[in-house]
Design a protein around this ligand. Structure first.
Ligand code: WTA
Length: 647
């Protein structure tokens, strides 16, 4: 990797780096050139019940893919995240919870976490859950969500966490796809002082999920809920009856740990499957280096556990490293836009990891909300989920971090499981807006549209030649789709779906998705999913959804709707369309703009020209590009004049 010493790069002078750039790069190159040797050494970060004899069995082949790591090793992820810390850290806080209500907190030590996890694990076993069964978790940001994940891991059950902001329909689809036999939920969630019912969503979802036998319900509030005496089990009653000890299930390194659904370009969300050892090791290693984890750190990742960031960097990474992980139930702006920084002050947070959408939203509220707080405990700031624009990066660095804290912009995906490209604090000179360099074991390549590799500086599709042990193993129940989506496009390489530029210093700059996935406030959504929620409305003939640049959300959702003949384009219908999306997916997928379209621009072969719709959504009506393949040229001019409804 060529390094330039000139100064468009920020080096945080005060930061006491754990090692220097040369030794980091040497170690990185060794991880690529001699992966077996490198990963044998790193594997000592985990405790193994019995060791592995083979490190890697990986082939990103043109006919099929093999990804197996440490394949004859035996271990348990929960034991690695909890039990092994009991000797030294039994009384250290493992989970530090701050509720929606400011200052209402709970500290759970590693010993307490162990007891709670064992009790629930025993409870799950008592309800008939065994190794290999799938358990769906639909919980808000309360400690029980981590306890539930770890309890599953302890007994070898595969967890499938569904973001609590998803609707009953979205939950039902995910529960059915993974064949879950049990659901863990809460009566309600609490956000910004409001209660949002959860159990009633589960009741509705389970009407179409015949495999689910039991539903465990945590009482977060005192809300009244409907009760099915045959099916529903009170969390407290279940765990109170159980022992504080629970023999773990010893798992093969490649046994599944969890499934997590994520949106793709087409079709229904994909169940991304991660397995035990490789995933956990990659979580522990990346968490340690990217955040420069130290003893006594108070580490906080503000993501929701319903997304991969929460899985890897609220639960598995920090706990595997024996850290204190802060979990926050509420939102950044309640009761005021100072909330994040007040939490940092209250708990002495040293490492803070959030999304650009939150940074931009808080930046808009003005610097006073930040300056009124102390934040001197902060040492490292992280960003994840979407490209961070240099302006937001600088505000985060200068205003939030007072110019003292390196900002680590971390690029990765649900599929990669853990961070792939990111700086090391104090080690990697930073460029605002760049995720900088690949981590250990990660070999990115840029290719052009014909699949040829681009050397040196240039821009292209981001692919991975090597991805380390944490990458997904398959799409649950659909290995063909797995191969086609990720390995079918560019032979021999994992295809990320992102565009990327590499500058003359070797820095990587992610430019965003090149497929029909959009990223709204760091939430990944498939345009096809939103379209199908819209066409489900009987008045709609056709719908096309595209993303457009949005000041705080990163991308907004713009829907073009063609109604059926004889249907009127009314305000009432707009309301129904929004509701249809909320019901089928959730509030995060509700379009920001709905535009009536007498017809949609199509090629002569009938394909919707999304490129043209994207331009229209961006308001660039004068620069629509090549329209020679358009079947009916008049369509676009009509569309450019048609009405749009916002909000
Ligand atoms: C985008 C979230 C630029 C990217 C961890 C990727 C980013 C998708 C960054 C994955 C970043 C994530 N800079 N873009 N630092 N981090 N992305 O699966 O488009 O929810 O493909 O995983 O988010 O989203 P996912």
């Amino acid at each position: 990797m060529k390094m330039n010493t000139q100064a468009d790069r920020i080096k945080v002078q005060e930061y006491a780096a754990p090692y220097d750039l040369v030794s980091y790069l040497n170690e990185y190159h060794r991880s690529i050139a001699a992966p077996d040797e490198f990963w044998v050494e790193q594997s000592r970060l985990l405790d193994w019940k019995s060791p592995f004899s083979k490190v890697r069995n990986v082939d990103f082949g043109t006919q099929g893919v093999t990804i197996r790591w440490f394949e004859d090793g035996v271990l348990n992820a929960c034991v690695n995240c909890v039990d092994r810390h009991l000797g030294q850290r039994g009384n250290q806080t493992a989970i530090l919870w701050e509720s929606d209500e400011p200052g209402v907190t709970e500290k759970i030590t590693y010993s307490e976490l162990h007891a709670s996890v064992c009790r629930l694990a025993n409870g799950l076993r008592a309800l008939g859950i065994r190794k290999g069964d799938c358990v769906a978790i639909y919980l808000p940001m309360i400690p029980e969500v981590a306890i539930a994940m770890l309890a599953c891991a302890r007994i070898g059950a595969i967890h499938s966490v569904v973001f609590a902001g998803f609707s009953a329909d979205a939950l039902a689809g995910r529960v059915r796809d993974c064949g879950a036999r049990l659901v863990i939920t809460a009566d309600a969630s609490v956000r910004a002082g409001k209660r949002i019912p959860l159990k009633s969503n589960v009741d509705e979802a389970l009407r179409s999920c015949p495999l689910v036998e039991k539903c465990i319900v945590v009482a977060r509030t005192s809300a009244d809920v409907d009760w099915d005496a045959e099916r529903d089990v009170r969390y407290v009653e279940l765990v109170d009856a159980q022992s504080r000890e629970c023999e773990p299930e010893w798992m093969n390194a490649e046994d599944p740990l969890f499934v997590l659904y994520t949106s793709g370009s087409t079709g229904t969300p994909k169940g991304v499957l991660h397995t035990t050892a490789g995933y956990l090791l990659s979580c522990a290693l990346s968490h340690r280096h990217v955040f420069d984890l130290r003893e006594d750190d108070i580490y906080w990742c503000s993501a929701d556990v319903g997304w991969i960031t929460g899985h890897s960097y609220i639960v598995y990474g920090p706990l595997a490293n024996g850290a204190t992980t802060l979990m926050f139930e509420g939102v950044p702006t309640y009761p005021s836009p100072s909330r994040f920084w007040e939490i940092c002050d209250r708990h002495g947070v040293t490492i803070f990891y959030t999304a650009p959408t939150a940074i931009r939203a808080l930046m808009r509220e003005g610097d006073d909300h930040v300056r009124s707080t102390d934040r001197s405990s902060l040492r490292v700031l992280g960003s994840v989920g979407e490209p961070i624009n240099p302006e937001a990066w600088r505000w985060y660095f200068e205003i939030v971090g007072d110019g003292r804290c390196p900002v680590v912009d971390t690029w990765w995906q649900t599929e990669t499981g853990t961070i792939m490209i990111a700086p090391i604090p104090g080690v990697t000179p930073l460029k605002p807006g760049s995720a900088t360099f690949p981590l250990f074991g990660v070999e990115p390549v840029l290719v052009n549209n014909s699949g040829d590799e681009i050397e040196g500086a240039g821009e292209g599709l981001l692919c991975l030649k090597q991805a380390g042990p944490g990458i997904m193993r398959t799409i649950y129940g659909d290995p063909k789709r797995f191969f086609k989506t990720y390995f079918g496009r560019i032979p021999g390489l994992y295809f990320t779906g992102d565009g990327c530029r590499r500058d003359e210093d070797g820095y990587y700059w992610i430019t965003g998705r090149i497929d029909d996935v959009i990223n709204v406030s760091g939430h990944r959504l498939g345009t096809a999913e939103i379209e199908s929620a819209l066409v489900a409305h009987p008045a709609v003939a056709e719908a096309a959804v595209v993303g457009y640049p949005h000041e705080t959300k990163g991308q907004g959702i713009h829907a073009f709707i063609t109604v059926k003949a004889g249907i009127e384009e009314t305000e009432k219908l707009l309301g129904e369309l929004r509701l249809s999306v909320r019901r089928q997916i959730g509030p995060i997928a509700q379009p920001d703009v709905i535009q009536w379209a007498a017809s949609l621009p199509k090629t002569r072969s009938g394909k919707i020209m999304r490129r043209v719709l994207r331009k229209l959504a961006e308001g660039q009506t004068n620069d629509l590009g090549d329209m020679s393949t358009l079947a009916e040229p008049g369509v676009v001019a009509t569309l450019a004049k048609s009405t749009q409804a916002r909000g």
